[in-house]
Structures are given as C-alpha cells and as structure tokens.
Design a protein around this ligand. Structure first.
Ligand code: BDR
Ligand code: CA
Length: 323
C-alpha cells in the first residue's frame, strides 16, 4: 500500500474521506494532520479523533495539529455549512436512554506539530509518500516554507480545491479551501511538487443524495452508517436549502478516491495560479488554457481533473464507506 498523509480541516465530507482511507487496502495511512478551515483547529482535531474512535478505535494513527489561521488572511470558517462543531453538531444525538450517542472523547491529539510530522514523513518515505489535502493549504505551504527541498522529494499532493472550468462555491469566483488561504494555495501551486487538483468541476458531478444515505442505514444499520446519516444531516440540509437538492457533494471523498484509483478521472496538464489579491476574485484558481505550445516560460504545474467516472466513483465510495 501507498504511504499517505491526510491533511484535513475536520469537516463533514472530510470525515467521509477519512472513512474511505481507513477502509482502503491501497492506502497506508501514516498520519492525519489537521488545520483551521471549516472550523477552529482544536475542534477539527477533535472531529478527526471522533471519526477514528467510531470507525477504527483500535488503530489510532497519529493526529497532529498544525496551523491555526491562514498565512495572511483572517480566519474564515464554514460552521454555517458543516454545523457549529464542523461535524453536523454531533452532541444533539441521544440514545433511547438519553445518553449522548457520541460522547466527548478523552483522547488527545499528538503533541507533535503537524508541520514536523509532514516533514519527517517526507524524509522517511520520499517519493512514495502522497499527501491528500482536504482543507486550506496552510500546513503544506508552511512545510514548504520551512524546508522546500524535503517537500520536493514527495511523490504527489492530491488537492481538493479550486476549479478549472466552473465558478466558485463560497464566492462567485472561489472554492472554499482556496478562498480561505489563497496565499498558501499559490505557494503550493508554484512549489514544483507533483500536484493533482480535484476541483469543483469534478466534485459537482458526483453528489450523494439523502435518500441513498437513508436507504443505506436501513439496509445496513451499523455504527458507521448511523454516524454517516447523523453527521451529514446539517450539511445536506444546507444543499437542500441553497442548491435545491437534498444531498451533498463529495468534494473530499473524490480527492481520496483519486488517490486510491487515479483512473477514475481524466486530467489535463495545466499551468495554474491562485489569485491572492483580487477585489472580487480572491482565491480564484486560474488555468491558462490558451494554446501556448511555443511559450516555455510557464510549463504546466498541475494535473487538473476535468471529468470523473461518476458511476465507478460512487461504487467505490459505497464499498469503502457504506458497507
Ligand atoms: C471544500 O470546502 C470544505 O468545506 C469541504 O470540506 C471541502 O474540502 C469544498 O469547497
Ligand atoms: Ca475539507
């Protein structure tokens, strides 16, 4: 299996992606590094530990906290989308006897810093290591700023962020992860590390409906299918109220799926940058799609996903998350 680090901001679709990784024989999860994004970094770490305690209580990997805020911008969270705790407000769920369905944990994250965890894994596994980035890119940009040579040795970063052809989600121009920390995203983009970008273009082609989640729970009532139904409630209600379908997009699970099976997507090698200063377009990911074959000044820096085999992806998701 491929050694991987998951870098995450602890939200609802991050949790689904984490479950995929834990159940995938293709991935050897070395550590989970956490940062601020959907929610404060402490709560994000707590959310990751909660997911682990439900899905994989006997194999707790390293969970290390990293950046508390973006490199330059002020923090901006998504509690309105993922719930006040970033994970569907799990404290609301009670068992028949009134006790909490998801009790508060007594375990703590590692005392190691996420940036050190990332750099020591880069040294240990070199080009075998893949990092799957499911939140803003602040931790990875900080690791690059600290030791670019070591980071350049890693195999690939698979990024959930940005988009090539569609507008944004959190603003008209920008996808959430790039909007939160555009400066970090641009540092990663120009790092020279092999990158795969899983953007909104492809993520929006693979929605998960409420109906599927509920049917799954009825068919296979387990602790995990119950957790999936519970943690996605608020998140799916957001899409019902704002986008007119009762379900959610599987942004982060799709990035995980691409790590597991790159043949699920078609990609194009592109030169991409991220807008850091825009008045209306902060966080916009801009792909140069002009035919500039004679211009060698800006060689492609990203393998950007343009399409996904939705049927195969949802089948993989179902196999790894719901069964
Ligand atoms: C991204 O933003 C976050 O809210 C999700 O977890 C995902 O990583 C989608 O734009
Ligand atoms: Ca995320």
């Amino acid at each position: 299996p491929m050694p991987v680090i998951i870098d995450t901001d602890g939200g609802v679709d991050d949790a689904l992606a984490l479950i995929m990784a834990l159940n995938s024989p293709q991935l050897d999860l070395k550590a989970i590094t956490v940062l601020a994004g959907n929610i404060h970094v402490d709560q994000a770490a707590n959310n990751v530990l909660r997911v682990l305690s439900i899905v994989a209580p006997n194999t707790l990997p390293i969970v290390a906290k990293g950046c508390e805020k973006p490199l330059v911008k002020s923090p901006f969270n998504a509690a309105g989308i993922h719930g006040a705790d970033g994970l569907g407000e799990l404290d609301q769920f009670k068992a028949a006897d009134g006790t909490a369905s998801y009790p508060q944990l007594t375990i703590e994250p590692s005392t190691e810093n996420a940036i050190d965890v990332i750099l020591s894994a880069a040294k240990e596994y070199g080009d075998h290591l893949n990092i799957i980035a499911l939140g803003p890119l602040t931790n990875l940009a900080t690791a690059i700023q600290k030791d670019a040579a070591t980071m350049k040795q890693i195999g690939r970063i698979i990024i959930m962020g940005g988009a090539v052809t569609v507008p944004g989600n959190i603003t008209a121009a920008a996808e959430f992860n790039f909007f939160v920390d555009p400066h970090a995203a641009q540092i990663v983009m120009e790092s020279g590390i092999p990158l795969t970008l899983v953007g909104l273009d492809v993520a929006m082609k693979a929605p998960l409906t409420r109906q599927v989640v509920e049917e799954n729970l009825q068919r296979r009532p387990t602790k995990v299918t119950q957790f999936i139904a519970d943690c996605t409630g608020i998140y799916m209600a957001f899409y019902r109220d704002h986008e007119g379908f009762h379900g959610c997009y599987l942004h982060d699970p799709l990035a995980m799926a691409v790590a597991i099976d790159p043949s699920l997507v078609t990609t194009e090698s592109l030169y991409m940058v991220v807008e850091t200063e825009g008045r209306f377009s902060t966080g916009l990911s801009l792909a140069d799609r002009r035919d500039r074959r004679d211009d060698k000044s800006h060689p492609p820096n990203v393998e950007a996903c343009l399409d996904v085999d939705t049927k195969r992806f949802l089948k993989l998701f179902d196999k790894l998350v719901c069964s």
